[in-house]
Design a protein around this ligand. Structure first.
Ligand SMILES: [Mg+2]
Length: 234
């Protein structure tokens, strides 16, 4: 079995400040144990540095697909980096810093502007974002939950999944992907293509997923059930 798990909104509840999404020790230990029994990869839009800030050291048995798949780490070592180049973000960072409460996040070959603390500034954020991407066109633009992102390379969470599978040579066996956001839906398409199972977290109306779980607690319950039955039946 190969499990691909998104981080924010899947393994931890969404927080107002990104640095507050720290995983409880008990849950981290659970994932660590799990990753010894089955293949496990975290797939997140966060940079590796930002993931470590809230997850701590990623155990060597867990693959870390970060910055939407731009980079992959194993045992704290970078094992893959997508090609691409990102424009100078300093002017944009400066402009965003004048918008109180809006968070500018610089990652590997991509950046994100979060306005979840200040939804009233959405229009202004969009204006600044659109002006920038018009001048510096990215390969891909993604709109998530109260966040606008620009990707300067040919990568996404789906390609990240594919990359991890090819690195490990994993070709036959169950694949399960769990995520809660639009960026995960891109990975869902790839996982379906590969014959895997997709699990959405949250309000799953009109979401093309095989299963919908209500919240993060349910994700852990699901993982527990899944892996206990998997291990006993193996
Ligand atoms: Mg998420």
């Amino acid at each position: 079995m190969f499990l691909f798990l998104d981080y924010d909104g899947t393994l931890v509840p969404i927080t107002r400040e990104p640095e507050d999404a720290v995983i409880p020790e008990e849950r981290k230990n659970f994932l660590k144990e799990l990753s010894i029994k089955v293949n496990l990869s975290i797939v997140t839009g966060r940079s590796f540095k930002s993931l470590e800030m809230v997850f701590g050291i990623v155990p060597q048995s867990i693959f870390a697909v970060t910055s939407h798949g731009a980079v992959i780490h194993r045992d704290s070592k970078e094992i893959f980096r997508a090609e691409g180049s990102i424009p100078d973000l300093l002017p944009l960072r400066k402009r965003i810093s004048s918008l109180n409460g809006v968070i500018f996040e610089e990652k590997d070959l991509c950046f994100a502007i979060h306005y979840r603390k200040t939804p009233e500034l959405e229009e202004k954020v969009r204006e600044v974002f659109e002006e920038f991407v018009k001048r510096h066109p990215p390969v891909r633009i993604i709109e998530g939950k109260m966040v606008l992102e620009a990707l300067y390379g040919d990568f996404d969470k789906g390609k990240g999944v594919e990359r991890v599978l090819s690195i490990t040579g994993y070709s036959c066996g169950e694949i399960i992907y769990i995520g809660d956001d639009k960026t995960d839906l891109i990975a869902f398409e790839k996982v379906k293509e590969l014959g895997g199972k997709t699990v959405f977290v949250g309000n799953g109306n009109n979401v093309p997923a095989d299963l919908v779980l209500e919240n993060v607690d349910e994700v852990y319950r699901y993982l527990q059930d899944l892996t206990s039955s998997y291990i006993t039946s193996r």
